[in-house]
Design a protein. Structure first.
Length: 355
């Protein structure tokens, strides 16, 4: 296994721990060219390549990491899932300084376009073939679950444990935008994932527990069973929503009819997904350990949502929610009726534009 040491040299750190974002920092977003931004020297920053595939589907996955100075066998692991640009190194940098501050191994797996092309390979987990349709369940077919990108990340975690001689049996996982799509679908379709706490931040679309719709909006062609859903709901999933991610015309937001039916913007979509999922758990009599957390004054920014994610996962801090996770589910959100979302949808819309 080849270790690729990466030294990041600069004058200014991307982060100031969990401090408030300054006006200068606020000008830097995930859209900024990362080559124009320098960071402090961290010899603890690097990457390793691991074998994360199967004989039928070989996968070499790069794991970009930031490690604390005193890495021990019992050091906890936090996986950070990148956005649709597959820029895992950038997301490692968003989280990097928390490694030493909280004595945690930060790891950003790179789910490459080469191994898992298009949104079907990443955001939808390679659960179904790339010729599938978000609107027509008759197109495409299911892949073997062990060839999913969910399973590949799990195998990469095993290789990480070997490489750093870790005893951790589980990990926390965080994703923003496309990464949030990956995270929540991982729990729903691969509930055996060894996750302690998962955070899905500002996802642009969700897979609802609706068997009338195909993936990525529903479960019609996924093979997911009631037991799978019950196991998914038993996981601790945090749906983290920026209160300013409420632009119904955001340039990265899917504007197809079926996507808009989930909610006008990401804030509304996340709330609705939680409500419908909670109602489904009640219907199944399943344990439900999901919650909603809101982050005030933040829009669709992976860097700024990373600060809130670190506060929650590593510092045990959270804000007073904008709306209660325990509020009554609105009538019509329970997902029991036939879903008319397919009406008027144009298949030409890109289903995986979210970052």
């Amino acid at each position: 296994m080849k270790i690729k040491a990466i030294l990041l040299v600069g004058l200014v750190s991307l982060f100031s721990g969990c401090a408030a974002v300054s006006p200068d920092q606020a000008g830097y977003t995930e859209d900024t060219d990362s080559s124009l931004v320098s960071t402090e020297v961290f010899e603890s920053y690097g990457s390793i390549d691991v074998q994360a595939g199967t004989p039928e589907k070989p996968v070499t996955m790069t794991l970009w990491y930031a490690r604390p100075e005193n890495l021990k066998p019992d050091t906890p692991v936090l996986l950070v899932m990148h956005g649709g640009r597959r820029d895992a190194d950038v997301y490692r940098d968003y989280w990097g300084t928390y490694a030493e501050k909280y004595d945690v191994l930060i790891v950003a797996p790179e789910v490459s376009n080469e191994d898992f092309p298009t949104g079907w390979g990443y955001q939808a987990g390679n659960w179904i073939t790339a010729d599938s349709s978000s609107f027509d369940a008759s197109k495409g077919e299911r892949n073997p679950p062990e060839q999913s990108s969910f399973a590949a990340v799990e195998r990469a975690f095993d290789e990480l444990r070997k490489e750093f001689d870790l005893t951790a049996e589980k990990y926390d996982i965080w994703g923003h935008g496309s990464g949030a799509q990956f995270v929540h679908r991982m729990l729903m379709l691969w509930p055996e994932a060894r996750v302690n706490t998962a955070i899905a931040a500002n996802a642009g679309t969700y897979t609802f527990p609706d068997y009338s719709l195909p993936l990525r909006y529903g479960l019609k062609n996924t093979g997911a069973t009631a037991d799978d859903l019950s196991n998914a709901y038993a996981h601790h999933l945090v749906i983290m929503l920026g209160t300013d991610d409420d632009d119904p015309s955001h340039r990265l937001l899917n504007l197809s009819d079926i996507a808009k039916a989930q909610g006008a913007h990401r804030l509304e979509k996340g709330k609705k997904f939680y409500q419908v999922s909670r109602a489904k758990a009640e219907e199944l009599g399943a344990e439900f350990n999901w919650e909603v957390q809101t982050v005030y004054g933040v829009g669709h920014s992976g860097r700024k949502m990373a600060v809130a994610g670190a506060d929650f996962l590593l510092a045990g801090e959270k804000e007073e929610p904008l709306f209660s996770s325990d509020s009554d589910t609105e009538s019509g959100d329970r997902g029991k009726e036939s879903n008319p979302l397919l009406q008027g949808t144009e298949e030409g819309d890109d289903p995986f534009g979210d970052y």
